[in-house]
Design a binder for this molecule. Sequence first.
Ligand SMILES: Nc1ncnc2c1ncn2[C@@H]1O[C@H](COP(=O)(O)OP(=O)(O)OP(=O)(O)O)[C@@H](O)[C@H]1O
Length: 280
Amino acid sequence: MFDNFPGNLPMSDSPLVVVKDLHFSRGDMPIFRGVDMQIPRGKITAVMGPSGTGKTTLLKLIGGQLVPDAGQVLIDGHDVHALSRKALFVLRRRMGMLFQSGALFSDLDVYENVAFPLRVHTDLPDAMIRDVALMKLEAVGLRGARAMMPAELSGGMARRVALARAIALDPELVLYDEPFVGQDPISMGVLVQLIKRLNEALGLTAIVVSHDIKETLSIADYVYVIADGEVMAHGTPASLDVDDDPRVSQFVHGEPDGPVPFHYPAVDFVTDILATGAQR
Ligand SMILES: Nc1ncnc2c1ncn2[C@@H]1O[C@H](COP(=O)(O)OP(=O)(O)OP(=O)(O)O)[C@@H](O)[C@H]1O
């Protein structure tokens, strides 16, 4: 009876997430013009591309926070945008999200931040919540910091607590949006390894959106590069490294100059400067 309920976990080699001919616009600005992707199970897939290309938007479409104009996102065969609210809620429990803006609750200590999703989404007794929360904090190396308040944490520690919270419900799929942003090289290295280790230990499927090309490629099993509303390239890090498309090469090697423009589309600069009147 519940065979096709999104809470079920069929074992399969098929991709966990399939994005089919996705179209999405913001007002009259097209963001995606037919994006296709397959996110393999149990692997880390990186989504990269120039700034403003829609990577965060893509994660929100996958998570069901945004609705596409056309096309589909299938998670384990379930069309995310065709689900009832209840079924989407159940499906979301199988996803952990570590968003750039996903700040910790500043009035809850570290322990309560990690326990929060368990309290909201489960009926577990307190003793079990404690075990799970401490296990997740142990996994990110911060069991000893359980009584600290978010304001007392370094940026790296805060990101690790947010990660512990994101995996509190044992998600199958974790969406990371710029997990390394604002980190010093040491805490960045710690986070990179942590994401890799957690993925292996918990058999997670991860989608990582990041500008930190070197770090992300060092842990990614597969990479999609998106630009101009489309998938520009995809493959393993090694195959992209030797891709001779200059746009892919510019991106993968982090070169500032190349075919991928630095500027957001705008009218000609001189025309803009010479324009008169009060317009901005
Ligand atoms: N709430 C919103 N309303 C209108 N436009 C938006 C909104 N959020 C994002 N956009 C626009 O959608 C486009 C894609 O944004 P998005 O944040 O997905 O890009 P990104 O690739 O994640 O960027 P970055 O790498 O710089 O974080 C941008 O042009 C942005 O200005």
